[in-house]
Design a binder for this molecule. Structure first.
Ligand SMILES: [Zn+2]
Ligand SMILES: [Zn+2]
Length: 190
């Protein structure tokens, strides 16, 4: 008796208007959610993929199979946004130019100097030797002019080495050619 009445009330519920409303509401939400997943795939693919054909393929994958397609897309999508990749590339490029330029300063007065300067224009400290043949500015460590192959005879560095002492010179190549440090050492050895 009780089960029969339960069944009939269940049957009443399923044939009722309330059930029909629930059914269509559920269907509506499923369709909205489905459309949202497809739109999300489209939006995400456009930010990550440059090729419009590949973006279209991703959207098709988002459409069929429903719901599973977007999950598959999530597994195989490029890991980064194109904007992030571009930003990183710009950052690397900026860093490279910064390293290449490596702001040069006069060792005595710290004024900014160009790599081609032979003498500091502010305090007239001799920064570099010029090649005896082609007059190109030479780096302190160069044994030969890279522009005209003329051997570099560096009387100033030899004299410096003799006065300061070769052991100290070997201490630090960079310090040796830092004029300020060399001067300080000369003063202390005298
Ligand atoms: Zn200077
Ligand atoms: Zn030269």
């Amino acid at each position: 008796m009780i089960t029969a009445s339960a069944f009939s009330s269940l049957h009443d519920f399923f044939s009722s208007a309330a059930w029909r409303v629930t059914q269509s509401l559920t269907l509506f939400f499923v369709v909205v959610f489905y459309a949202a997943t497809v739109f999300w795939v489209y939006k995400d693919a456009r930010r990550r993929i440059e090729d419009p054909w590949l973006v279209m393929m991703a959207v098709i994958l988002g459409i069929v199979p429903p719901f599973i397609g977007p999950l598959v897309y999530m597994l195989f999508r490029p890991p980064e946004y194109m904007a992030d990749v571009r930003e990183r590339e710009l950052e690397i490029k900026a860093m490279e130019t910064r390293l290449a330029r490596r702001d040069l300063h006069c060792p005595v007065c710290r004024a900014e100097v160009d790599a081609s300067f032979l003498i500091c224009p502010v305090c007239t400290t001799k920064l570099k030797q010029s090649c005896v043949n082609c007059k190109a500015p030479l780096e302190a460590l160069w044994q030969v002019c890279p522009f005209c192959e003329t051997p570099v005879d560096s009387p100033s560095s030899i004299a410096l080495g003799q006065r300061v002492g070769s052991a100290q010179i070997e201490q630090s190549v960079e310090d040796t050619f830092d004029a300020a440090a060399a001067r300080r050492r000369l003063r202390s050895s005298e």
